[in-house]
Design a protein around this ligand. Structure first.
Ligand code: NI
Length: 263
């Protein structure tokens, strides 16, 4: 088995799909060369769960934040809670935050998503923490907010689904793109071409588990150990060895998520 070090930079082990066998899943991740799993919050409740999972398992770290689809019930004191929680030394970023226009067609609700996104970016800036951004069919607004309200905040566009132009814009801002299962899919469209051109030192590997398992596990429940299939595909596209890609993407994760180095 490969002994290289990998970090799954975007997982959801607090999802109910892992309720029965989390321990086994984490052991399997370690057996597959993982040295880190960053679990991202999507609600206040799951953010808290990510922090407690990180205190329970050395390999786990946490992102805290509220996902756009969950943003409508956010209260003012939730922002204070995020600030308090962020002091934990295993909280590495504010995430996942962003915009989702695929599921939300209502203009007023989209405006609310934007407001919550901007407020969480402001927290990241205030705390000097990076962000993990979810963007689905909201490319233009997401980029505009990152450039304006998010000026000075560094982050990753997770599960990148944009164009080459958008990737280039992110590069100019010193941002990263996150790639996961879809990179390995036959219908991956333009993503492989973008990844070939995009500098390796700006790419993070992730699973977004339990969903979107990469080939050859497509259709199954995804888990952090499967991040190796994403790294393998990335190595193939870049014409590099798996070892090089594992090493570089892990160094990238440590460069963006600086608190990974502190513990
Ligand atoms: Ni996610």
């Amino acid at each position: 088995m490969k002994e290289n070090v990998l970090i799954d930079t975007h997982a959801h082990l607090t999802d109910e799909k892992f309720a029965q066998d989390k321990e086994k899943i984490i052991t399997n991740a370690m057996g597959n060369g993982l040295v880190g799993i960053i679990n991202m919050g999507d609600t206040m409740q799951s953010s808290k769960a990510c922090v407690s999972l990180a205190s329970e398992y050395k390999i786990c770290y946490a992102g805290i934040g509220v996902h756009p689809e969950e943003a409508y019930d956010m209260h003012d004191d939730d922002f204070d809670s995020i600030i308090k929680m962020s002091k934990n030394n295993k909280v590495v970023c504010i995430g996942e935050i962003g915009l989702d226009y695929y599921w939300e067609k209502d203009q007023e609700k989209r405006a609310l998503q934007k407001r919550i996104f901007v407020q969480q970016l402001a927290i990241a800036k205030q705390l000097n923490l990076p962000v993990c951004v979810h963007n689905r069919e909201a490319h233009r607004d997401t980029l505009e907010i990152i450039k304006n309200e998010g000026k000075g905040v560094q982050g990753v566009m997770h599960c990148f689904s944009g164009s080459m132009e958008m990737a280039r814009e992110l590069l100019k801002l010193d941002w990263y793109i996150g790639v996961d299962g879809p990179l390995t899919f036959k219908n991956a469209a333009k993503l492989p071409e973008i990844v070939k051109e995009f500098p390796l030192d700006r790419i993070l590997v992730e699973t977004d588990c339990p969903y979107m398992a990469p080939v050859p596990m497509r259709g199954k429940r995804n888990e952090p150990a499967f991040v190796k299939f994403v790294a393998e595909k990335l190595a193939e596209l870049k014409g590099l060895s798996f070892e090089t890609v594992a090493e570089k993407t892990t160094a990238n994760a440590r460069a963006l998520y600086r608190k990974l180095n502190a513990v």
